[in-house]
Design a protein around this ligand. Structure first.
Ligand SMILES: Cc1cc2nc3c(=O)[nH]c(=O)nc-3n(C[C@H](O)[C@H](O)[C@H](O)COP(=O)(O)O)c2cc1C
Length: 170
């Protein structure tokens, strides 16, 4: 389903067509598409070119890790995110790898990577719904996120939903 933003000035269709749905088709996302999403994130700009982000992801086909990825979410988010094809966490490395001093741009840069991932996704007919509604401590425990990395946001990319296969539970 398309839900274009009513922009006041013209913008690229990949910006206009991005939105955060809570329902989606049951179709799988091809591995080649998934790789391109993370490739787009990889080429985001970052302070000192540190690229201080990483993604922890599980597709529905990896039930063990997919179930783990649901655990930190608040109930409201579990209700719809459990039907996504993929769940993941964006994590930020809080110190520069080059000299171990604090990188105050780590979250900013991770956001830039997510923005590129999201735009690449939209261009492929895949929509990403980001979430802050999860417990960071649970996420850290479940995925053994090391100290020095902050689990900033959770996300669920999925195919645009079709009305016929809607699984919306709110
Ligand atoms: C950092 C961040 C955290 C968010 N957290 C949640 C969340 O926990 N649950 C949810 O349903 N939506 C969440 N959203 C989605 C926003 O509500 C949504 O992006 C916003 O309402 C604008 O709508 P749009 O993305 O469809 O344009 C989050 C978005 C961002 C960027």
């Amino acid at each position: 389903m398309k839900n274009p933003a009513p922009t006041e000035y013209p913008v690229h269709e990949f910006i206009r067509e991005r939105w955060s749905p809570r329902a989606f088709s049951e179709k799988e996302i091809a591995p080649a598409d998934l790789r391109s999403l993370f490739e787009a994130a990889r080429w985001a700009p970052s302070s000192s070119n540190e690229q201080p982000w990483a993604f922890i992801v599980a597709t529905r086909n990896d039930q063990e890790n997919f179930t783990k990825a649901l655990q930190p979410l608040v109930e409201f988010n579990v209700n719809w995110a459990r039907n996504a094809y993929l769940l993941g966490f964006a994590v930020s490395e809080l110190a520069f790898a080059k000299n171990n001093t604090p990188n105050r741009n780590a979250h900013y840069d991770t956001g830039a990577a997510m923005a590129q991932l999201t735009t690449e996704a939209t261009s492929r007919g895949i929509l990403v719904h980001q979430m802050a509604g999860f417990d960071p401590d649970t996420a850290r425990d479940v995925f053994e996120i090391p100290a020095g990395w902050d689990n900033v946001r959770q996300m669920g990319p999925h195919r645009r939903f079709h009305h016929k296969v809607i699984k919306l539970i709110l």
